[in-house]
Design a protein around this ligand. Sequence first.
Ligand SMILES: Cc1ncc(C[n+]2csc(CCOP(=O)(O)OP(=O)(O)O)c2C)c(N)n1
Ligand SMILES: [Mg+2]
Length: 570
Amino acid sequence: MSNPTVVEYVVARLADLGIRHVFGVAGDYSFPFDNAIAGSDRVSWIGCSNELNAAYAADGYARVHGAAILTTTYVVGEASALCGVMGSRAERLPVFHLVGRPSTRLARTRSGTHHSFGDGDTDRFLSLSAISACTSAFLTPENTITEMERVISAALSQRQPAYITVPNDYALMPVVGEPIRGVPLAKAPTFSSEPRELDAALQAIMARLTKAKSPVILPAITIARYGLQKELEAFLAATGIPFATSGMDKGVISESHPLYLGMYTGVVSTGDARKIVEEADLVLNLGGVLFTELTTGAFTDHLEPSKIVTVWPDHVEIGALAEVSSRGHATFGPIHMRDVLVALTKVAPKFKTPSFSRPTPIPASGASGDRVTNSSIYSRIQQFLAPNDILMVDTITAAGPLLNLLLPKDAVYHNQLVWGAIGWGTPATFGAAVADSSRRVILVAGDGGHQLTANEIGAMGRYGVNPIILLFNNGIFGIEEVVMGNNTPDNIRSFNKLAPWQYHKIPEAMGCNWFCTSVETNAELDSALQKARKLPGASYIEILLGSKTMVPAYTPEVIDRMYQIGPPKA
Ligand SMILES: Cc1ncc(C[n+]2csc(CCOP(=O)(O)OP(=O)(O)O)c2C)c(N)n1
Ligand SMILES: [Mg+2]
């Protein structure tokens, strides 16, 4: 039998990982990829409304499924997808971005083509897509087999996107060499720890652990990205060390875990997390928590660097650099964090878990007949969440307070706290729902963000997914007024006002046969939520907040800490 073509091989090799869907928008330079996908019985084509949405949908799919495929067309498609792909890079999600390009003959003769500046330079934008990913490959029939192994390994090692492009003519030629049949994602090889580095790192960590009296763990979301939740749970069981999460890492393992302290986010931490974390004599940062203004309550965290040991996905860093720098080994690597977790679980001492009060759910608030308020909605979302739910929260006002939710058993929480592009949530919800139809995906979206990407609802109806969408209609870019210090609803800046859409009518206009409603009172919200939970199909609940229901603006001190614009204070 003759070898598959380059595009057939790429699709088959990625399907070996267990990826079953491809999100994209078709286009002539990508027809070879489009046809190979449509012609494959191992993956299904999922057509999105635009490439940005497709990238966000692939991001959502990768969060739930482990990896995703995105395909767009040359320049105009791939450029639209960039913000989404870069978001996946920031949030550590392996998305394989497949793009076709003009044939080598067109490139060689520098013929002017469409999707260009008309100057015959077919590679002008190549580097843009390449740098949005952690690795890239320009395929030829000769290099496809080896290049695919390299980019798959790099993307899975870093849990970040890979950009794969091929000229139209090469795309349809058979690959040269012996095709490789890959293994599913969970078994796919990434990189190996260097044994002596691993040993040295373990010794350094054990030297700290055996001296520690009150250690604490901050697990990062990368633990979930690398599929290491079971390994983390085994480590927790072996050591009895309690853990807290930052906003970016919320729900990395179940919040019903008995060692869960709550959120550690500086002054806005929950439960006893702040006290226990800041009084700990050793902080094990497992997976590399990112300390940004949004994960630390505007930099109000207080962690003495010398107390921190960070197990990054690919290396280990011992906090007090000075202590080991005399030997020149403050960091160790390459080391796979799985190897550290597994090895430490066998040798780490068992600690007496400190007593702490369990984090509590958001308390009930808001009488039935009253108009909804931000806090009455948060308390109802708390009541509404069920075990195993997938909650997606876009970058909106609610994104801060909803970190206080106590997630039911095995419910997970997704946001985009580092990348923070509004509008991500709607297509990402679509992708998550495609990835796992057995779980309920619930989206919390703001009207402003929704106006960027709401057209993906059409695809949700087309492919029959059943999310529950909670749309916060306050008529404005509310959070922007909050971070600008505005407490006066009559004084909204023109650039933060929105066109007054009738959101709950969107699904019907986009061909969806959903339960759609708009609610103004707590009682209406309660009954809409109950109905949505019972219905097997999708629901869309528009919550009419009105632009007068502003949440308290940030104080000048918080704004100053976040943005640090004026001269530093003495
Ligand atoms: C792609 C993108 N554009 C602009 C911004 C700046 N931005 C951050 S939050 C926000 C407002 C979000 O408004 P909405 O979704 O209505 O939620 P609300 O703040 O009203 O709760 C904007 C415009 C952004 N983060 N991302
Ligand atoms: Mg809004």
